[in-house]
Design a protein around this ligand. Structure first.
Ligand code: NAD
Length: 411
């Protein structure tokens, strides 16, 4: 079993004070495949110190040099692409085809896009009497989730490095294998020590220590709204910049004059993509009254015929949910929908037929959902679609805009 280490100052290291470990579980088999050494605030201090030391030289290196570093990282990524595909499938259950075409592919794509954007940017411009110069912010603390692990990591790491920032990355403790590979690629690409640092650990310990750290100049966070609020609050005391991408419950409005078959097929496919674990999944399907029943029938049929299978097999099926925690949460939400009186028209509780283990959920559709129900308001993050009926455009727009988390009412 692989024991994952931190990568600090260009070296693979264990924690300063040996503490707890965290198991990495393959969600298809429920078996442990690796473990991480959980870091403490002392490890964050070391990583930040390395990033602070590396910053002046990296920030003033010519842009061409930094972009060359990114090209080297990309070349290694492409050479070791299959390792990345398998790491993502193993850590969070994305089926191999999805992992290959989207999940892992996002890595080199973000590097390419960054190289183009950085190459086209006017780093110094004249604005009236002023000279406007784009400068690196400093040390960036990056915190990422498990659902699109490489997409999130590379969308943060590549632009930070292109800009001349140095970074401390804390990936999700549930999906650390892909992050470990990124560190290996960067190590092999021979970036100056301390430019990129990886610290494994939990949000409340490592994420909190990063957000509070006086020598981290910016936090970039992607994850749940709850943790995002925590990061922003903690970062406020040191007035660092914070960017966030948080949770969602996207509405999707279907009108009677649309091509119904096409609209519903696309809605169901997008809602279930990545086993429903995407922040932009259109999980609320608002359908105009006159075509509502036909839409419900179609959505139920599509859900019932959505294949679920082993993520290690090729094909366009859904894999398991990423973790037991996610499986339990989705089951609770389905229970909640049933208790609230939503009409279950496909799927439901438990695993799909034929699965005795693994965190597999049934592709599920609820009809007759309304915004007062909790399942319409909470991010479920599983293959669960909520159908809602509307009669007039203003009603659909009002429903779509209604703020979804009752604890954060819209002003
Ligand atoms: P999460 O918030 O539990 O964890 C995300 C990351 O934040 C992890 O690395 C975790 O360790 C860390 N973290 C947790 N608590 C923290 C704290 N108090 N301080 C600092 N860091 C903390 O979310 P998750 O379950 O891993 O990811 C799923 C969530 O991410 C969903 O809500 C989803 O919508 C959201 N997400 C949003 C986007 C987007 O682009 N908007 C993209 C992907 C995921």
């Amino acid at each position: 079993m692989k024991a994952l280490q931190h990568y600090i100052g260009g070296c693979w290291v264990g924690p300063v004070a040996p503490g707890s470990t965290y198991p990495v579980i393959n969600p298809a088999s429920e078996e442990q495949v690796a473990e991480i050494q959980m870091a403490s605030a002392a490890d964050v201090d070391l990583a930040v110190a390395a990033a602070v030391l590396a910053f002046p030289a990296f920030a003033t290196a010519p842009l061409a040099e930094r972009l060359d570093s990114l090209r080297r990282i990309k070349a290694i990524f492409v050479r070791r692409f299959d390792e990345m595909v398998h790491a993502i499938t193993t850590e969070m259950g994305a089926p191999l085809d999805l992992s290959r075409k989207s999940q892992a592919a996002a890595g080199p794509d973000h590097i390419d896009a960054t190289i183009v954007a950085a190459g086209n940017l006017d780093w110094e411009t004249r604005m009236g009497e002023s000279n406007v110069v784009y400068e690196p912010i400093g040390v960036c603390g990056l915190i990422t989730p498990w659902n699109w692990p490489i997409n999130q990591i590379m969308a943060k790491v590549a632009p930070a490095l292109a800009a001349g920032c140095t970074v401390v990355l804390k990936p999700s403790e549930q999906a650390p294998l892909s992050a470990q590979l990124v560190a290996e690629f960067i190590d092999e690409a021979r970036l100056p020590a301390g430019v990129f640092n990886l610290v494994h650990g939990s949000g409340p310990t490592v994420g909190h220590a990063m957000s509070a750290h006086p020598h981290i100049d910016m936090m970039s966070f992607t994850g749940s709204t709850r943790a995002g609020v925590d990061v922003a609050r903690t970062a406020a005391d040191s007035i660092k910049r914070v960017t966030q991408e948080l949770g969602g419950k996207s509405p999707n409005i279907v009108f009677a004059d649309s091509d119904l078959e096409k609209a519903i097929t696309e809605s169901v496919r997008r809602c279930f993509n990545n086993t429903g674990q995407s922040c932009n999944a259109p999980t609320r399907l608002l359908v105009e009254d006159t075509v509502y029943d036909a839409a419900a029938q179609l959505a139920a049929r599509l859900a019932e015929s959505t294949p679920v299978g082993d993520p290690a097999s090729p094909g366009r099926h859904l894999g398991p949910l990423a973790s037991r925690m996610q499986f339990d949460k989705v089951q609770k939400c389905i229970e909640m929908g049933i208790a609230e009186g939503a009409r279950l028209i496909a799927g439901g509780l438990g695993r799909p037929t034929g699965f005795a283990r693994g965190f597999y959920a049934r592709p599920t559709v609820f009809a007759d959902v309304h915004n007062q129900m909790q399942i319409a308001r909470e991010e479920i993050f599983g293959p669960v679609l909520c159908l809602m009926r509307f009669k007039a455009l203003d009603e659909a727009v009002a429903h779509a805009h209604e703020h979804l988390d009752p604890s954060h009412p819209r002003p």
